[in-house]
Design a protein around this ligand. Sequence first.
Ligand SMILES: *[C@@H]1O[C@H](CO)[C@@H](O)[C@H](O)[C@H]1NC(C)=O
Length: 396
Amino acid sequence: MSNHLQSKCSDIDMILRVIVSFQVLLLVSREVLTANNVNCYYASWAAYRPGNGRITSRDIPANLCTHIFYAFLGLNDDGSLAIEDNDLDIVKGNFKGLSDLKKVNPNLKTLFSVGGANANILVFENIAEDPKKRKTLAESTIALCKEYNYDGIDIDWEYPQKKDTFVDLLRDLKTALEPHELLLTAAVDQLPINAAYDVVEMTKYLDIINVMSYDFHSPYWQTGQNSPLYFSPKESEWQRDNLNANSSITHWIEYGAQPEKITIGCGFYGKAMILKDPNDHGLMAPVETANSPGPYTNNIGTLGYNELCDFHMKDSTVVWDDDQQVPIMYKDKLWVGYDNERSVALKAQYAVDHGLFGIMMWSVETDDSHGSCGNGEWPLLKSINKIMKSNIANSQ
Ligand SMILES: *[C@@H]1O[C@H](CO)[C@@H](O)[C@H](O)[C@H]1NC(C)=O
């Protein structure tokens, strides 16, 4: 009897121990799988930029990203993926160059990003509304991922207008991709209320939600940061609660997104504007107009970090904004609100502290790849990785 009891006790003890160690195992593996990721968007047209601005997929440092998103593919009317630049993507091997980085970093995931800010949203809508076209998109994704050794698709629909339609698209894609172990991710607006997002339903089907917590201010009216981490006391109550990366992430979580699927976005570029008065260079100072396009990125009102390093940093003033936790650079009438090594490290730490999937940047190829700023090559990526890798080490 007592023997029997004893053995029963030790059975229970054993079971408990198994349960506990199983939970520990779950916790550990979950941590390793879900935290500290570095999601790198790659603007593939950078392959055409002049001088130091030219970056092909093969030039991206394979060990400094965990996920790389090839931007962008388009959509055909029937729902299949459209190759936007056959010569670059396929003939010159830029698709393949990206997945070849897995030979250097076997844990790297590469994904096709579909859409983008300039995509035709009607095409997205027509496909999302039609079950047959959704099926075609899924089949086309599986085929292209197999052909080029990619790990999934990223939906960068800017922006869905009907909640149910977007969820239908994500559900059908997820159902089709999952048996092939392919990832389904999305790039989403700064705020869940800015588009037709059913956050709880979306979160069911998405593996990763890349929150585009940048582009917070336009370069035409008054000075403002591209990707402030926190609010400025100069801002109105509404601005404080909506126009910074922390409020983005907070609101996405409030609306039901799982923190462990979210990335906080940062900008490897800044908002560049021309001041009305060179002596008035604080936050919310009057702006004459947007700065003219930079020689690499060729986009009005923005400059890549590489353009700041190659053309502006040496003879400009940089000040740190303690409230917004980002730097400001000015030189005569030029004013730039951007991200540097310190501010991206703080956003990476934010991701760690809040149990997020990780950090994301638009876009990896405008890092100072040639080390012009004097802190070595790819200093922004390295700064992020220093935070992420030290936290992986701590948790083991
Ligand atoms: C982060 O954002 C939320 C939502 O806007 C806000 O309530 C909170 O105070 C912010 N935290 C900091 C430190 O600013």
